[in-house]
Design a protein around this ligand. Structure first.
Ligand code: G4P
Length: 528
């Protein structure tokens, strides 16, 4: 197959949702359609189970699973589909944000009863900022839930999307009869036992026909007619271009658990979802069709075996062909590296591959050369823009608990930060190190991993910080800025990139500082 056709047949996407909306179940059903797995239950859930005895042991268990589920690839109808796993737990939100830099589109799963939840809002906001094409799947229609129109309104208002229903439910919960597919103009009848088989589909070209009454009963048929008229009156027609530009989002209804509405979603997805898209580097826009290989690291996974400190760096291929045993330029280090055993990922396994194409993910063994956001090329010096760091929610001093192991401690902290486990800030005043995280769980992870992988011990000490703000002065030489640096010295730190950060101890003090120094901008993300 030609290089161009290899690109055309790839779809690389992520499924995002609030935990429990049905992401794992939907992933599994998609893999079943692809024939990539034979039975339900094969995809291991990469989430923290409710009531786990220790969240921490759960994380350790997951670190194993999440290598396996990081990328799930399968073929369907001649299309190679790569699903990138995105953790739903909020403590791992940054991991998900970074994975979103490597997807070309997204499917958002929403629970019909719970509607738009907190994590969905955050993740969709990131997708919206990046104009990532999104399809919405409203799940669990076999259960009682919110009214479909109310839900569509909620999705528009809370998520800031412009929805276009591609299917519409007939009843719900106990009374759920099936789905009318506006995209294919047919009805799928729900029998309740369609877990394994593909559901029965009936063509309905004319909703006014009496066939419909026979099929779902007169009452339901009339309701459906009214609702579809309303849908067609309220919502615009689907425009593929608008979807691809991120300004319109098609919506499907279904039940992942019952494998209902999933085929429709998948068929529409492979027809409309984008093939690998061009990516912006700091220097220029790079097209997938370019001959020379380029790619970037969006995830680093530490080896589970503490005796071997090697890691797996996940590279998204942006352009050209990636070949095994070929020297590529590690742009940040300015040196060439060769990879003898790049891994490609399939539904349940990983394998060494000789060539990979744009849209694909390869896993490269790494002994500490990579950090998140690094670019690899055939020789050109370009740097892919990474995802910015967001202000952490928690801050603690990290102290060395074993003075004989300080070298190990600093190396460990350095590498864990490169992996993106947390953020490090070094105080300007005294050089003390502060770890900032999205969730409290990360502190346990860091402590455990420092000890087991690096032989170092640490303790933490609380630090009262409300927000980390990246400092952006209008003029570094003006008196106002100099005064700010002097007066606020106690609250200033450098992040790992050497950017200056103001650690505001309360919302009030941040507000006062902003008022007192109007020429300085304070940003909540590292990219501005
Ligand atoms: P997540 O990855 O988004 O966190 O969600 P997951 O797929 O694990 O689904 C969360 C729960 O919702 C699971 O039940 C799952 O069986 C259920 N579920 C998913 N899709 C549907 C659906 O269409 N209808 C109904 N009624 N339930 C659905 P659980 O009891 O938490 O877990 P399990 O013991 O079944 O695995």
């Amino acid at each position: 197959m030609s290089f161009i056709n290899e690109i055309k047949k790839r779809r690389t996407f992520g499924i995002v949702s609030h935990p429990d909306a049905g992401k794992t179940t939907l992933t599994e059903k998609l893999l079943l359609f692809g024939g990539a797995i034979q039975e339900a239950g094969a995809v291991k859930s990469n989430k923290i189970k409710k009531g786990a005895t220790s969240d921490f042991m759960e994380i350790e268990r997951q670190r194993g699973i999440s290598v396996a589920t990081s990328v799930l690839a399968f073929e369907y109808d001649g299309i190679k589909i790569n699903i990138l796993d995105t953790p739903g737990h909020k403590d791992f939100a940054e991991d998900t944000f970074r994975t979103l830099t490597a997807v070309d589109s997204v499917i958002v799963v929403i629970d019909v009863a719970k509607g738009v939840e907190e994590q969905t809002e955050k993740l969709v906001e990131v997708c919206r900022m990046r104009n990532i094409p999104m399809i919405v799947f409203i799940n669990k229609l076999d259960r009682e839930g919110k009214d479909a129109f109310d839900l569509l309104d909620e999705v528009e208002q809370k998520l800031g999307l412009s929805v276009v229903p591609m299917s519409f439910p007939i009843g719900m919960g106990y009374d759920f009869k099936g789905i009318y597919n506006l995209w294919e103009k047919n009805i799928n009848l729900f029998s309740g036992d369609s877990r394994k088989n593909i559901e029965e589909t009936v063509e309905i070209n004319d909703l006014s026909s009496s066939e419909l009454d026979k099929l779902i009963g007169e009452k339901s048929a009339n309701t459906l007619r009214e609702e579809i008229e309303l849908v067609e009156g309220i919502y615009p027609a689907f425009e593929k271009e608008d979807y691809l530009n991120g300004t319109q989002q098609p919506v499907f209804f279904g039940s992942a658990l019952n494998n209902f509405g999933v085929r429709e979603l998948l068929d529409c997805f492979i027809e409309i979802a984008p093939k690998p898209r061009p990516k912006q580097s700091e220097e220029r826009l790079v097209n997938p069709e370019e001959k020379d290989f380029t790619g970037f690291v969006f995830k680093i996974h530490a080896n589970m075996d503490p005796n071997h400190r090697d890691r797996l760096a996940f590279i998204k291929i942006v352009s050209g062909t990636f070949k095994r045993n070929t020297p590529y330029l590690h742009v940040r280090h300015g040196k060439k590296l060769k990879f003898s055993s790049p891994n490609a990922f399939f539904a349940e396994k990983k394998e060494i591959v000789d060539v990979s194409y744009p849209g694909d993910i390869v896993g490269l063994h790494d002994t500490g050369n990579f950090k998140i956001g690094d670019t690899l090329t055939e020789g050109e010096t370009i740097n892919y823009k990474g995802i910015p760091s967001f202000s952490p929610e928690h801050f603690r001093y990290i102290n060395n608990a074993d003075p004989l192991k300080s070298k190990q401690l600093y190396k460990g902290i350095d590498q864990l930060m490169d992996e993106g486990v947390a953020q490090l800030f070094t105080l300007e005043l005294n050089g003390r190190k502060v770890i900032g995280t999205v969730g409290a769980l990360q502190y346990e992870v860091i402590q455990y991993r420092l000890e087991h992988e690096y032989g170092a011990k640490c303790t933490y000490e609380n630090l009262n910080v409300h927000k980390a703000c990246w400092v952006d002065p209008e003029d570094e030489k003006n008196e106002e800025y100099k005064e700010f640096l002097r007066v606020k010295q106690r609250f200033l730190a450098k992040d790992k990139q050497g950017q200056l950060v103001f650690l505001a101890d309360s919302a009030f003090s941040l507000q006062m500082t902003q008022q007192k120094y109007p020429s300085i901008k304070f940003h909540f993300t590292s990219e501005f």
